[in-house]
Structures are given as structure tokens and as C-alpha cells.
Ligand binder design. Sequence first.
Ligand code: CS2
Length: 524
Amino acid sequence: MKRLHPSLLDQLPPDVARPSYDRAALQPGIVHLGIGAFMRAHLAVATEAAIAASGDLRWGICGVSLRQPDTRDALAPQGGLYTVAVRDADESGAPRQRLQVIGCVCDLLVAPEDPAAVLAAIARPATRIVSLTVTEKAYLRDPASGALLVDHPDITHDLAHPHVPRSALGFIVHGLALRRAQGQGGLTLMSLDNLPSNGHTLQRLVLAFARAVEAAAPTESSAGLADWIAAHCSFPNSMVDRIVPRTTDADRDRVAIQLGYLDAWPVLAEPFFDWAVEDRFVAGRPAWGVLPGGHARAAPASVAAVAVAPRFVPDAAPWERLKLRMVNGAHSAIAYLGAMAGWATVDVAIAQPALRAYIDVLLRDEVAPTLPPLPGLDLAAYRASLLARFANPALAHQTRQIAMDGSQKLPQRLLGTVRERLVAGLPITHLALAMAAWLHWLRGVDEAGKAHAIDDPLAARLAELAQRAEACADGLDRVRVYASFAPVFAELGDSPEFVAAVARALKVLRDRGVAAALSATAGR
Ligand code: CS2
């Protein structure tokens, strides 16, 4: 089968959407760090629509991989083209997919192969936005406190080697130093990761790292760098939401059959798309949300409305909190309970009546009451649409994929909610079961006795923690040991209510398994 290629765009089947603008004239105005599947199904799709609708060709994307060459290796022979397969089921339950070939990725870099090219791309005058989807762990922050990990080997490396950085923060700060030295203006730094106040979080870490650069090598090029960044760059907060499971070989085959050509790395997505972002782009932005003919898209009546464009909001932080606590909090709970019980995908897990009922009550009674009202948002409808999204049978979203990096995810997904409820004297029964499920998972063996690896940047410390905890004969003592792990639990480790609630849930999980724990929780 022939490989997808720009010269073949005219020959794609008529039902496959494709670039309608002059790709050869695209200029990269966005440098994106972390060109993984999520970004290719989210930011790139919205930007593709903006370029097509406005005809403004200054907003091509230079995609950077910070670690592996695999995305570049897959996409470069395709001239940067790739396919998004939007999947759901029809009325009869049969899976269907709608294909779109995306053309706005016009340059691909692999940072370890050519760090200078990445720094130069950030410094280039045409670059107006540096965006990031690098996942929680790449921010090199303490998950509980959010502070920069000043002793992290990547930070010390990047302070000592400004010309060959390794971390996202290193590339950003050294790239901006180069930009300033070349007399260019500032730009927008836009985090699209699932972090609380992701723009402010990025700003704090970038400025902390810039100050460390100034202190480590006080030269003319570093003097005043942090102040320059603070004065000339903006860091809009944003909430992004779209479920994007990992692509498998079977997915590749299914896309190729419909496309008629081989795409080495298509990405899958649900139809749902949401993006709430603050409109603070100091050096301009694509015409996201402009429909062909130049009309701005009307704000959707509810967040469930599917339009592949952002909603511009004055403050994205409450939208992020909503999404992190509802979508991602539920996702992590489903991931650990499902993976332990042998429910390999989210749709299979949520089809278990006991799990579905548990998630519904978790969201309705324990999470939703901690959220402030938001304009245009009907929380009950949001919850119902979320359960329908989880039930999408065409995605096969692996519970083990979501189970990765728990130490980095759980503080903002579950523990913020726990804290607020404890302060208010409210029960945390359902939240405690989700946290207990993570501790259960950390033992490294599922309910069928099958071993699994703990894929987490703190895996070594978590293994040592689990060993100490497992040495305790008493269940309460065991959870006390687990909860003393400050990077995740911080001061919650000292809360007798928290420890007792998690210990109760963990006891049922260990003695009787996931199914029994779900019915025991339902009875409370
Ligand atoms: C998931 C998210 O893997 C995970 O941790 O919870 O990737 C989730 O699918 C997205 O945030 C949905 O917007």
C-alpha cells in the first residue's frame, strides 16, 4: 500500500476531509513542544480549521519531540501529513470513524538530535506562540506543592549546558534568552497540559528556572532574563478536553483501509472537543473560532456542543478545576479500579453497573459540590455527557494507559477535592476508594495475580514506599505509611479522617476485591 503523501491529497476518498489551503506557503508561527497524539487531535485540529477559514498562513506548527524520534520518523516521509480518526458508534452500536487529514504541521524536530534547531525555532521572528503538551511529569515540579525541583538532574543539566538543554523548561528559557539577544519581542507560552492553572504554573516554573539561570551564570545574556520574560511573554491558562487513546496496529490498519493509503501514525479521538482559554496572546494567534466567511463562532450553549474551536474565557482556572476533578478524577478512579479488576478499557469498565453507579455518585455527591457555578454550565448534563463519553465503545481506551504517572496526576485530580471536603467536614467515602485503588495498584499485582509495572517518574520511591507499607500488619498503620509520602499527599498524611477513610476502602479491596468494594461503597 502506498504511503500518505502531499502529492496524493487529490486522490483521497471524497469523504476524507483534507487541507484546503496552500500548504507550501505555510510559515511555522507556533512551536509546539511534545508533539504527541493529544496535541495532534486537539490544538492541531483547531489550528487547521483556523488556517482554512481565515486563509492566514502564518500559523503552521513546528512540532518538537523532546525525547523520541518516532513521531518525526512516522510523519516526515508523509510531508507532515497525518490522519485524525474521530470514532464513535452509530445508533445500532456499530463502530464508525470519520477521517480528516491534517496539514498544519509543517516542520518536525527531535530535540536530542538537534537541540540548537529547537532553540533557534523558539528565537525565530516568525514564532509567536510556544505551546506545550509534555504531560504533568515534564514540568519538573513537586506534584503536591508545585515547586520547581531544583535538584532534578534535568534542571542541573540544563543550567550547566545552555546550548544543549534536555527539559521543556530548559528549551523555553534558553530559547527566550536567544530571542532576547537577537532583539526579538516576546511571545505567548501556552500550556495545554492537565495541570491546575496551567498557564500560571508554567509561568511560575519558567520564571524560577530563568532566575536560576541568572544565578548560575551571571553574564550579560542572562542578566534580567526573568524580568524580561515576565514583561514580554504571556501565559494564558487553558482547559483542554478530548479523549485520545493510544494508536494500535489494528487502528493503523483500519485507517489505511478507509484512507486507501498507509498513514504510519494516525491519531484517534472521540467526537467531543472542548477548549477554554484566556485570550491573552501577546504576539497574536490564529483565527481560532472563525468560520469560513469570517464570522466568529457563537459561544456554544453548553460545553457539550461539539465545535473544534476554543471558547475564550476571562479566567480558565475554574474550567480547569471542573475538568480535572470531573473528567480526570473519574478517569483515574476508573483506571485503577478497572485495571485491578481486569477491565482493560474504559468502556468495558463503565459498562459494569456497580462501577458506573459508583462513578456517578462520586461525581454527583462528592466532586460536583466542590465546584463553583460557571456561566452556561449545567453540571448534571455535563456529568451525564461524561458518562456517555466514557461508554464510547469505539475508542478502546486502555485503563492501564490512564493508570500511568499516578503520583503526578492524583494531587490535582482527587486530593484537592478531598482537602476541601475534609475542611468542610464532609464525607469522602467515594474519593477514598479511588485513592485506595491507586495504593492497591502500587502493589504491582492485579486481582487475577498478574504482575504489572508501575509506570511513574517516582516509581523507585513508590516501590520502596510500598515495601515499607506492606510490612505493616495493621491496615491503619499501612495507610499511614503510604500517606506519609509527601510529594503526593503533603499534609493530608497527618489527617486521621483521611487515613481512616482510605484504610477502610483499602481493607475491602484487599480482602474482597474491586466488585465487593464497589458494592460496599454504594451502601454508604
Ligand atoms: C487521561 C487524560 O490519561 C489520562 O490521564 O485522564 O489523558 C484524558 O483522557 C484527557 O485529559 C481528556 O481530556
